[in-house]
Design a protein around this ligand. Sequence first.
Ligand SMILES: [Zn+2]
Length: 244
Amino acid sequence: MVNFNENPVALAGWYIADCAAPIGQFTWENSLGSVSAVIVATSRIKAGELVVYALCRPSGHHACRDMAMGMCFLNNSAIAAVELRKQFDRVAIIDIDMHHGNGTQQIFYQRGDILTISIHGDSRDFYPFYSGFENEYGSGDGEGYNLNIPLPKGSNEAFYLKALEKSASRVLSFKAEALVVATGFDTFKSDPLGCFALESNSYYKIGRMIRSLNLPTLFVQEGGYFVEALRENARQLVKGFENV
Ligand SMILES: [Zn+2]
């Protein structure tokens, strides 16, 4: 048995899945900053706000229960859902980042009170590779409460909106009382880590569709790496939600 106390490098390796989650001097402080943002955001939702947007960096949806990976250390969206669950009986998470929200799935895989849905690039071709497939439904009490919608490389707006429509109807049949949207913009056509073909205007339509669910909604910032368009894409999403 390895004695981690004698070897901090081994300890780091045990709890970090890949080379994209290095831990430095300010990692904990910054990760805690992200979590603080969602805690404040959830308190606003619990106080009756219809919608709040938590601007988190680092993002969180790849972080598992005890494993950092993919630039994620603490799972902000999952923490938000647990906080909201204290007030709402059923909470749904729709992950619209281009990559499978594997950490969020893992954390809630055996729970039936928090529904997890992820729309993402097919994991046979894209990170995180080892999860995100259609046959991952959840288990135990969570059986039927995890929905993965992998889409092929090059998926355009029409294709994407169909997947979102399917997600929305699952949220409705689940009778969710509050919604967390793990919000990534790496679905944009020019994103260097993405494979979809969404336009800026697509985010307006996504925002509208999410609004149509008529639920208290918390957007939690996840990925998005084409920095020049991030501001406009986030703006379109919010405008769509507000239907202006
Ligand atoms: Zn991503």
